[in-house]
Design a protein around this ligand. Sequence first.
Ligand code: IMP
Length: 174
Amino acid sequence: MTMNLKVLYSEAEIQNKIKELASKMNALYNGEEVTVICVLKGAVMFATDLVKFLDMPVQMEFIRLSSYGSSLTTSGKVNAVDIKLPDLNNKNVLIVEDIVDTGLTAKFLIDFMNMNFHVKSLKFCSLLDKKITRKVDIEPDFYGFEVDDKFVVGYGLDYDGYYRNLPYIGYKEN
Ligand code: IMP
């Protein structure tokens, strides 16, 4: 299971971007408590690095969704593998994702939150934003980098379960 990868965003670029995003969040929440929801598995690295730079009281929750099998395109159907959450009524909720592609996962999550809770605020943050492949009208409140229509791996993002451990984001060289 090896692909020749070209680096798209280096470890240093990712870490700098995370600090930038965290300082925007620190300004926005102004010390108010936030519940960060990490969408597994892809957002695990991003969410755990991001929270280190948040300076308000933070609780972390983890949910697991899947929409890709071992293919490079989404199945178009979002599966909630594990979406157990505590009571989030009146909480500031920040959903943290790895990438917004079609936007179906983001829409599913935002609808799920609004159907189940009366949150105080709901924000969506994605490390990557593939705006060009969007199928639903959704924009993350925060994103790190915009990416072209390339399948990217690393820093939590996988191809068929591999490459999540890379500290950088890369794509397959043709
Ligand atoms: P969406 O529902 O189409 O927006 O896709 C969201 C999910 O698809 C992400 O959370 C990723 O797990 C996966 N995904 C989309 N594009 C890529 C990619 O380029 N590399 C790896 N996973 C991706």
